[in-house]
Design a protein around this ligand. Sequence first.
Ligand code: C2E
Ligand code: MG
Ligand code: MG
Ligand code: MG
Length: 280
Amino acid sequence: EAKRNPERGLVAFSAVIAQATQDARTIEQGLRQALLRGGEISIVYQPIVGRDGRLARAEALARWTSPTLGVLPPDRFIAVAEQAGLIVELGRHLFGLICDDLEAHPDLRVAINVSPLQLRAPDFVSSFVGELQKRRIDPSRIEIELTETVVVDDSHLAADRLRELRDAGFSTALDDFGTGYSSIGYLRQMNFHVLKIDRSFAAQIASSPQATAMMRSLIELAHGLYLKVVCEGVESAEDLALVRRLGCDLAQGYYLDKPMPMDAFAERWLSQDIADVAAG
Ligand code: C2E
Ligand code: MG
Ligand code: MG
Ligand code: MG
């Protein structure tokens, strides 16, 4: 079709771009309102469990319920917030919500996603630390997850910030490892506490010996660098058994539990000693 009528293809393409621009504008305006009004943005939590099946911490994931657009996953609004210059404000808002939950649940430990643009703000670490001091929350309860873009964009800045975060008492994790320009060299230089292996690996290990070999090697490499390893995207009992056999320290994925609001999370994961699915 495109070959026979290239102009038509071009029209269709610009229509797609126009629609995307329009969507971004709608989302941006909605986000500005949401930040002013409060209440529409919330956090859901997904368990990260150790080899004994017990909860290690919860990953905090942003959700936005727009009055006009409905529930939006972060993939729909984080990038827009970044482009619109709203990510620092949004990040601060999200951090406030997470701190509310940390205050309410003394046993809760969390992993938080931070955008490269947030990290770039000179007062990034001190603003987080200030908020925690005000509320008497220990930074050791928080792990900061960064993606490799941070490291690739500006490795000097990343190294500085990682040192600041460590010195302030936070744990640090490299998220989605194995998807982008992951350089093994950075892993050694950067001094993260934790490596999170992207869920595309877990998605393949049950069927692909090559994926299994890569996962095994990544875990071994990480352990050689004294990093703990989280395997993301564990969706079945088979996945869980496999990643454990490969030496993975911690697991996360729909098989263990989906992300959920704090009320449900506290009931399922924070109250009793849990004889959960992962214990078997
Ligand atoms: P991420 O940090 O890699 O988070 C894991 C994503 O995988 C989450 O998607 C989670 O719901 C999903 N997931 C968990 N287990 C499974 C599984 O077994 N199978 C599959 N297919 N997916 C699974 P979510 O919540 O849509 O978040 C997407 C991304 O948005 C996150 O990826 C993170 O990069 C970003 N994000 C989320 N919350 C925030 C935030 O508060 N701030 C920033 N800057 N980024 C955020
Ligand atoms: Mg993450
Ligand atoms: Mg991830
Ligand atoms: Mg991701």
